[in-house]
Design a protein around this ligand. Structure first.
Ligand SMILES: Nc1ncnc2c1ncn2[C@@H]1O[C@H](COP(=O)(O)OP(=O)(O)OP(=O)(O)O)[C@@H](O)[C@H]1O
Ligand SMILES: N[C@@H](CCO)C(=O)O
Length: 350
């Protein structure tokens, strides 16, 4: 194989969109971009990683500790390739860490695409998703990051053997590989069962944009999932299913109907439990409405939070300023960005 240069670009995502907890995701115009140079003619060595942008002060640059390169190595090892080729990678990241904008999902998809590209594996979209789902176990962010747009997904019920293969602890899927391990990593990594995740892309009305109101603190997804209950009442489950069924079509209607979409973006499965981790969440999502803010279609927690996502057609500045004021009263400073709904990940040869 000759030497190669390529770029991998993966969008940010907002999961849940209110009632679709662990089910729907939306890709947004902030990107994790990898610029990669691979030399197959040089002997294999540890990849040289540089990084700029969001998370630069905390992200590990050791390829055996960095999430993206560990995922790439997992995919390579599942295909019998034990070592990275000689390579340089620069990551430029616009997606803030731990804010509910899918930074980890983007890093995982970037890793799967990186493994696919450097191993010249030519995996199908479905297979790329299988490997991503072995690492990030809920499909909403990774699916939207891979295929783009407004996406619904479910995890298939697997047979007994495949269920076991798909439920190994993350530490076994992604061990922190010792840099000096040579070719001997010990056991083979668990192979991803075929067809773990299935998805469908919904329509999206082109005039709808997304306002991300981003608190200046991080909340890890793991912590935001710990506060959720194990079971729910029938009433709350029906509340969410009714709204989600309406929402997936309502956001494709042009012009969108604010009355319909605002109510359809309400949730009783995750947001009520997360309010203790995000001061201001109940106030922002209840005081900012289509009646008070022309152009607003709906407002919800983005992913596991703490970012708030407001969907709308206009009036973003007023929505953002009023949300910022409510957060400020609770002692929380925010930044805000108006984002577009975008296509999925791209790998471009340079
Ligand atoms: N570009 C990246 N490179 C390496 N590691 C990353 C990268 N982006 C995110 N991570 C890792 O993922 C962690 C954040 O993941 P987490 O799931 O808590 O939040 P999130 O993905 O930003 O939010 P959400 O899943 O709610 O949308 C970071 O602290 C970091 O360890
Ligand atoms: N559906 C997930 C998204 C976060 O990655 C959650 O809300 O916990």
């Amino acid at each position: 194989m000759g030497d190669r240069k390529f770029t991998i670009r993966v969008p940010a995502t907002s999961a849940n969109i209110g009632p679709g907890f662990d089910v729907v995701g939306l890709s947004l115009s902030l990107y994790l971009t990898l610029t990669v140079e691979v030399s197959y003619s040089s002997p294999p060595s540890s990849p040289v990683i540089t990084y700029s942008g969001e998370g630069a002060e905390e992200v590990p640059l050791d390829a055996y500790k960095n999430l993206t390169t560990r995922v790439a190595l997992y995919v390579l090892r599942c295909h019998g390739i034990q070592k990275f080729p000689s390579m340089k990678m620069h990551a430029r990241n616009e997606i803030p860490f731990g804010r509910g904008l899918g930074s980890s999902g983007a890093a995982v998809i970037a890793g799967v695409l990186l493994g696919d590209a450097i191993g010249n594996l030519k995996l199908s979209t479905g297979r790329l998703l299988d490997f991503a789902l072995m690492v990030e176990r809920h499909p909403d962010n990774v699916t939207a990051a891979l295929v783009g747009g407004f996406v619904g997904s479910y995890l298939r019920e697997l047979d007994k053997a495949a269920t076991e293969a798909a439920s190994v602890p993350l530490s076994e899927v992604l061990p922190e590989y010792p840099a000096d391990a040579g070719e001997d990593w010990g056991n083979d990594p668990p192979m991803a069962p075929v067809g773990i995740g299935h998805y469908v892309k919904f329509g999206w009305a082109k005039e709808i944009r997304a306002l991300a109101i981003i608190p200046r603190f991080e909340l890890s997804t793991a912590k935001a999932r710990e506060v959720l209950p194990e079971s729910y009442s029938r009433k709350d489950v029906i509340f969410n299913m009714q709204r989600l069924a309406v929402l997936t079509t309502a956001l494709a209607q042009s012009p969108p109907d604010p009355e319909l979409t605002y109510e359809a973006m309400k949730d009783r499965v995750h947001q009520p439990y997360r309010k203790k981790l995000i001061p201001g969440l109940p106030e922002v999502t209840s005081l900012i409405t289509p009646q008070t803010h022309t152009g607003l279609l709906g407002i919800c927690l983005s992913g596991a939070g703490p970012t708030i996502l407001a969907l709308g057609t206009e009036g973003f500045e007023k929505i953002a300023e009023d949300a910022a004021r409510i957060f400020k009263e609770k002692g929380v400073d925010v930044d805000w960005k108006v984002l577009d709904v975008v296509g999925g990940s791209e790998v471009v040869e340079n």
